[in-house]
Ligand binder design. Structure first.
Ligand SMILES: [Zn+2]
Length: 442
C-alpha cells in the first residue's frame, strides 16, 4: 500500500494548468501522476498560465538568480526541487570549427588561422552525472517525490540511468534501471554506487523499454500497489520540462536573440523537443520574437532512423535494424517522440545528418586537442554535422550556430578505448592503455 503521501492524497495546487496531449489535444489533470495520453498514447506536454505570467515575469528578473535550471522556476513545476546543481552550463566559443576536420595525429595546436567565434559549444558535460540527462531527471524525480511515488523504472542507453539513479538517491526513492549489457562501464558503476536496482539486458534500449512496460503493467493489474511508475523518455511529462531549460539558457546566454542554427545529437530527441517548447513559451511570455533557429538532428550512421525518415519525407520513423555505434546515447532504434522531432525539423527548416563512428572519433580528438573540450561521442557528432552542413552550403560561415555537447567523454573511456583500437590497432594510445591495464577489456 502507498503511504499517506501517495497519489491518492490531496496535494497542494500546482501552477501547472493542465497536461496536454501532443496528438489529440486532450487535457489531463496534473494533480496525479500521468504517463501518456490514454486515448492515443500521445506525449503529454505541461501547460502553464503563460498569459497570466506575461508582463509579471520579465527577462531582467532572472539576473542574480541561482545558476541552475531552477532559475526558470516560474515555468517549471512548483514542487520542492530535487536538485544537484543541474543546468546553466557554459556556452563556449568553438574557435576552430570552420575548417576541414584534421586527420588523426595532425591536430592544429594554435588558433592563428581561426575566425572570430560565431560557432559555440553548449557544454552539457558539466552537469551532475556528466550529461544533459540530469535536467530531465531533476524535474521528473522532483514531481515523483511530490506525488509520493516509491519505485521509478526506466530503460536507458546509459546516461539517463545514471542520472535517474543519482536523483532518486537524493530524493530517497528507489530506482529500477534496465540497460543494455554493453552500456559504458561508468553507467553500470554509477548506478550501482547510487544504489539503483540494475537489470542488464541482452538487447537494445527498445528491449529494455519493453521490460519496463511489462513491470508497470504488472503493477496496474495488481491489487497490492507498490508505487511503481514509468519514467521512460516521453512517457511522463516532466523530463521534457527539465530539458527545455536548455532552450531558455541558449536564449539568455545569447542576450535573447536566438542563433541561426542548433545542432542536437538525437537519440530519444527530448532535448530538441524540450527546446522547441521553450521557444514557444518564451514567445508567449514576450521574451523573444517569432524567429526560430534551424534545428538539426545529428545521429550515428549505424543508427539513423530520424535521418532516414527525414530524407524520405516521412512524418514518423521506422525501427532501425541492427543499431550499432559507440555513441551509446544515439543507439535508439526508434524514438517515441519521432513525430515531434520530424515536425520540428520541418517547421524550423532544419535537417537531419548522420555521422560515422570514424568521423565522431576524429571530431572528439579535434575538440579535445583544439578547444579543450573532451566531449561525449554523441556531442562530437554535432561537430561532424556542422562541418558537413558548412561544406554543403546549408550554413554560411558567418551563421551563429550552437553545437550541443550532450555529455562528458569521461563516462565513455572504455568505449573510446575500444573504438580507438578498432580504428588504429597499432596506435600508441591504444597500446599504452592496454599496457597500463587501467582500462582493460570488459
Ligand atoms: Zn491524445
Amino acid at each position: 500500500m502507498l503511504s499517506a503521501n501517495s497519489q491518492n492524497a490531496i496535494l497542494p495546487p500546482m501552477r501547472i494548468s493542465y497536461l496536454e496531449c501532443t496528438r489529440c489535444g486532450e487535457h489531463l489533470s496534473a494533480d496525479r501522476p500521468q504517463n501518456v495520453c490514454p486515448k492515443d498514447g500521445g506525449v503529454l506536454f505541461v501547460r502553464y498560465d503563460l498569459a497570466g505570467l506575461k508582463g509579471k515575469l520579465r527577462r531582467d528578473d532572472l539576473s542574480g538568480r541561482v545558476a541552475s535550471m531552477w532559475r526558470y522556476a516560474e515555468v517549471l513545476p512548483d514542487a520542492d526541487p530535487v536538485t544537484l546543481g543541474e543546468g546553466f552550463t557554459p556556452m563556449l566559443p568553438n574557435r576552430c570549427g570552420g575548417g576541414a576536420l584534421p586527420r588523426n595525429g595532425a591536430e592544429p595546436r594554435h588558433h592563428t588561422s581561426c575566425e572570430p567565434a560565431n560557432v559555440f559549444i553548449k557544454d552539457e558535460g558539466l552537469n551532475p552525472t556528466g550529461s544533459f540527462k540530469a535536467r530531465g531527471m531533476s524535474a521528473a524525480v522532483t514531481m515523483a517525490r511530490h506525488y509520493g511515488l516509491k519505485k521509478l523504472a526506466a530503460p536507458s542507453a546509459g546516461n539517463a540511468g545514471g542520472a535517474l539513479a543519482a536523483y532518486a538517491a537524493a530524493a530517497g526513492i528507489e530506482a529500477y534501471i534496465f540497460m543494455p549489457k554493453d552500456v559504458p562501464l561508468a553507467n553500470r558503476m554509477e548506478c550501482d554506487y547510487y544504489g539503483a536496482h540494475v537489470t542488464l539486458v541482452d538487447g537494445l534500449i527498445s528491449d529494455c523499454g519493453r521490460m519496463v512496460a511489462e513491470r508497470i503493467e504488472k503493477e496496474r493489474l495488481s491489487n497490492h500497489k507498490e508505487g511503481w511508475f514509468d519514467v521512460s523518455t516521453l512517457k511522463e511529462p516532466f523530463r521534457v520540462e527539465g530539458k527545455k531549460t536548455m532552450g531558455y539558457e541558449v536564449a539568455e546566454q545569447f542576450g535573447w536573440k536566438l542563433p541561426h542554427g542548433i545542432i542536437y545529437p538525437t537519440g530519444g530527441g527530448v532535448g530538441m523537443i524540450g527546446m522547441w517548447k521553450a521557444f514557444d513559451e518564451m514567445e508567449e511570455l514576450g521574451w523573444i520574437g517569432s524567429e526560430r533557429p534551424k534545428m538539426i538532428a545529428v545521429q550515428a550512421a549505424g543508427c539513423a532512423p530520424i535521418v532516414k525518415a527525414w530524407e524520405a519525407g516521412k512524418s514518423t520513423s521506422e525501427m532501425w535494424a541492427d543499431a550499432s555505434t559507440f555513441a551509446a546515447g544515439l543507439r535508439v532504434p526508434k524514438a517515441y517522440g519521432d513525430y515531434l522531432i520530424l515536425d520540428i525539423l520541418k517547421k524550423s527548416r532544419g535537417t537531419a545528418v548522420a555521422a560515422s563512428d570514424e568521423e565522431i572519433l576524429a571530431a572528439m580528438r579535434h575538440w579535445a586537442s583544439v578547444e579543450g573540450v573532451f566531449a561525449a561521442p554523441e556531442g562530437a557528432a554535432s561537430l561532424v554535422a556542422y562541418q558537413k552542413l558548412l561544406a554543403s552550403g546549408f550554413f554560411r560561415a558567418d551563421d551563429t550556430v550552437v553545437l550541443f555537447n550532450t555529455g562528458s567523454a569521461y563516462k565513455y573511456l572504455d568505449m573510446i578505448a575500444a573504438q580507438e583500437k578498432k580504428a588504429r590497432p597499432a596506435a600508441p594510445v591504444a597500446r599504452s592503455i592496454n599496457i597500463g591495464g587501467i582500462i582493460g577489456p570488459y
